[in-house]
Design a protein around this ligand. Structure first.
Ligand code: NAD
Length: 331
């Protein structure tokens, strides 16, 4: 544990959520001892609660709460957002765009409280949708975000917040870091209720189908749409590396292990030891046709990229969701 880590005062915004919860634990494991963890949800609903952190329930869309949260803080990790999988962001565009209040107020408060570094969790949804029309797409490079034509609602707000980070850095001298996450999955995330993303939703469906005599699974779209999926341990490692590196521009944080949704289902079936009949729901939300991460810039800067094989990460996630469903616990 380095002395430097012990003296840095950190805020994790959105700490009651999936990535934020893992990040608090990871930062502690690196020796960061002064961590303030904030989320709008009551502490009883946080996916993970780190007793060593200062845990606060605050609505960060309010400027006054952002000022309180950033008081005496050196580094802010902003993971707070109203979001979910494709089913959620396609139906709640206005709510997703209201994340602008969190991002704007947290930046203003960070500037005024002399925060030294500010990390912003952006998304692959900022990329121009015209470049994601084929399942065998090349990895998206950072400059593929422009000319701008991102995912409606959620993606536009993410792109706007990225630009705010850039201009707060240029105009006010606040050091900002922006990572564009590509589909993160792992234990201690949502797997039911409407906000869950494809890997967790499909694992849940495979588990449910095993109990059902019909042995069928519903897949959104035709199953040929392609994606990459990053395991949570790689995500939190990447966040910390990017935060403490001199990467001034937005950078991809994802894997380049491209699979179709059909292949993803096949991997989960292998782990479960079942073969299900597939029913395709062509009118369900399905997002872009193909999306993958080009990690050239990430490798150049960090000499590192996410490495957990999808099969391995899915196995850990499968067993966690299975245990939750068995015990009847939600998270
Ligand atoms: P999550 O929904 O699990 O966590 C977000 C947390 O933010 C939630 O606990 C929520 O209660 C909290 N929050 C919402 N509004 C708030 C407010 N007004 N004040 C305080 N807290 C508030 O989501 P996640 O998967 O952990 O995502 C974290 C960040 O990463 C988000 O910005 C998300 O857009 C981004 N991201 C995630 C993925 C992914 O695959 N999980 C992909 C791309 C980008």
């Amino acid at each position: 544990m380095s002395k430097k880590n012990r003296s840095i005062r950190v805020l994790v915004a959105g700490a009651g959520g999936f990535i934020g919860g893992h990040l608090v634990k990871y930062l502690h494991s690196l020796g960061f001892e002064q961590i303030r963890a904030v989320d709008i949800k009551p502490l009883s609903e946080w996916y993970q609660l780190d007793e060593q952190a200062e845990n606060l329930q605050l609505d960060l869309s309010e400027l006054a709460n952002c000022r309180q949260a950033t008081q005496d803080i050196d580094e802010v990790y902003n993971l707070a957002a109203d979001m979910g999988g494709m089913g959620y962001i396609e139906k709640h565009k206005a709510l997703c765009m209201l994340n602008v209040l969190i991002n704007t107020h947290l930046l203003l408060a960070a500037r005024d409280n002399q925060v030294k570094r500010f990390f912003y969790a952006s998304s692959a949804c900022v990329y121009n949708i015209d470049r994601q029309q084929s399942p065998d797409i090349q990895g998206l490079k950072e400059n593929d975000a422009y000319p701008a034509n991102p995912e409606d609602g959620y993606g536009w707000e993410k792109l706007f917040a990225e630009r705010m980070c850039r201009h707060f850095s240029e105009d006010f001298g606040l050091e900002t870091r922006v990572a564009r996450f590509h589909n993160v999955y792992g234990p201690h995330g949502e797997y039911q209720g409407g906000r869950e993303k494809a890997p967790a939703a499909l694992i849940r469906k495979v588990l449910e189908a095993q109990k059902d005599s019909r042995k069928t699974i519903e897949i959104w779209g035709d199953g040929l749409q392609s994606r990459t999926f990053m395991y949570i341990d790689d995500c939190v490692k990447g966040i910390e590396l990017i935060m403490h590196h001199e990467i001034k521009e937005p950078v991809n944080l994802g894997t380049s292990e491209l699979v179709t949704i059909n292949q993803l289902v096949g991997l989960i079936e292998d782990i479960a030891g079942v073969k299900l009949q597939r029913k395709y729901n062509l009118s369900a939300p399905k997002g872009v046709r193909g999306r993958s991460s080009d990690n050239t810039l990430l490798r150049q800067h960090l000499n590192w990229e996410p490495q957990t094989p999808l099969r391995e990460g899915l196995r850990a996630t499968y067993h966690w969701i299975a245990s939750q469903m068995k015990s009847g616990v939600k998270t």
